[in-house]
Design a protein around this ligand. Sequence first.
Ligand code: KG4
Ligand code: ZN
Length: 339
Amino acid sequence: MKNHNIYTLGIETSCDDTAAAILLNDKVLSNVVSSQDIHKIYGGVVPELASREHQKLIAPTVNTAIKESGIEKNQINSIAFTRGPGLLGSLLVGTSFAKSISLGLNIPLIEVNHMQAHILSIFIENNNQKPEFPFIALTVSGGHTQLVIVRDYFEMEEIGTTLDDAVGEAFDKSGKILGLEYPSGPMIDNLAKKGDPFTYKFTKPRVAALNFSFSGLKTGFMNFINKESLANNTFVEDNINNICASLQNTIIEILVEKVLLAVEMTKIKNIVICGGVSANSSLREKMKQLGNNNSWNVYFPNIDYSTDNAAMIGVVGYLKYKNSITTDLSSCATARYKI
Ligand code: KG4
Ligand code: ZN
């Protein structure tokens, strides 16, 4: 490669965050996330509104990312965008915008799989430590729950997935039942810090091998809250910290059990935990503890690169650019996209 300073513009619009970042090689120079608050009113993402918000936010978000990076737009060497998986209308905004930049600046276009990007976010230079291959990735987000063997940057094999809801949905839907704002994951995390995780017991699903299921937990949780609230209409209010701590503890136990099984089955002891739910403080603590007890190496991306962001799209763009993997203008946004 002739040029050793590669500037990548990353664009992410797969769900309800409009995000843009500039990277110099694998180092993040700017990382801008414009969250769409409009969905809070509805207690979840409304796809039609998300794509309209992306239309409004994409140009200013990209401009801010360029400005904050301190570079000029004609210094950008390539543009990386999220092709999928995600909400189609949302993906179309980022895909079309990226294509116009590629044409306008005459620079290569690079498509990125959002789930691969969550995993490869661990290779952003600003993170403390990086894993060696092969490693197991546990990707926990609002739309996915996956266990993946990562043999190389672009050699990944899914070995487990959720059969119904994603783990982030378990947090968000349970939060909705408790009357918490969307997305409730971060709030449950905070309230749980003040609660006792062993106050209430929720039934864990029995799912074969490395797959997950969270819809039964959500229904069980809803029935429990309804029953207790019928007997005492201030039950939730009075016990919110213990409820959140117990629910979170159950969710984490489900994840931990599957990671233990994945290590046993694959004999791989390098573990990367990524995706929005990996921002959870208790999950981080438990996984680190588990790593120490079992002599595993456990890695988390920095919090800024855990929830949806464009720096992770940019770093995949850089890795692909280095390997001359580019995309032509006929690339099409896709709601489903295998890892
Ligand atoms: O990766 P992400 O930003 O978007 C998707 O690709 O889905 O993940 C969003 C999910 C939401 O469900 C949110 O509630 C959850 O991540 N989340 C958390 C925390 N921070 C974000 N869940 C638990 N604890 C957190 N601290
Ligand atoms: Zn995501």
